[in-house]
Ligand binder design. Structure first.
Ligand SMILES: [Zn+2]
Ligand SMILES: [Zn+2]
Length: 134
C-alpha cells in the first residue's frame, strides 16, 4: 500500500491518501454521471486513510443517505465519494499525483445496466448491475 498526494485543479484542496490497491472501478449510475458530468465515476479505494493538508474551498455535498461527495468550490474538481457506512473514500485517479499509471488495473464496472448506450469502454472488466447492490 502506498500513500499518494491528491489535489484539485487549483490546489486549494490537498490531501494524502493511502490506496487500498491499484484496482480502478467505474460506476455508471446516473448520480455519478451527473455529479461528474462524465461517462461514469472512475475511482480507486483508499478506505478511510485520508489526511488533509489543505481544506481551503473543500465543499461536501450529501448525495444520498449513505454517501457524500467532496469537491473544490473554487475550481469544481471532483475529489472523492465518501461511502459513510464503511467510512471508505473513493478517489478519482486524475487527482492523484505521481500515480504509477502502468500499474493501474481497470477491473470493474458497476451499475453497468445504468450505462447509456452512447459509450462503452473496451477494457475487459467485471460487470455488476444495480441489482448486485440491493
Ligand atoms: Zn480547486
Ligand atoms: Zn455511482
Amino acid at each position: 500500500m502506498s500513500t499518494y498526494k491528491c489535489s484539485c485543479f487549483c490546489k486549494s484542496v490537498q490531501f494524502q491518501a493511502t490506496l487500498k490497491n491499484l484496482d480502478l472501478v467505474v460506476c455508471h449510475c446516473s448520480m455519478c454521471r451527473k455529479l461528474t458530468g462524465s461517462t461514469g465515476f472512475a475511482s480507486l479505494e483508499c478506505a478511510n486513510d485520508v489526511t488533509f493538508i489543505s481544506k481551503k474551498h473543500l465543499a461536501i455535498f450529501n448525495s444520498s443517505e449513505v454517501a457524500e461527495r467532496g469537491f473544490c468550490s473554487n475550481c469544481g474538481t471532483t475529489l472523492f465519494d465518501h461511502f459513510k457506512p464503511a467510512n471508505a473514500f473513493f478517489i478519482p485517479p486524475a487527482i492523484i499525483e505521481n500515480l504509477p499509471e502502468e500499474n493501474i488495473h481497470f477491473v470493474e464496472e458497476i451499475y453497468f445496466d445504468n450505462k447509456p448506450s452512447y459509450y462503452a469502454y473496451k477494457n475487459k472488466t467485471k460487470k455488476k448491475n444495480e441489482s448486485n447492490f440491493k
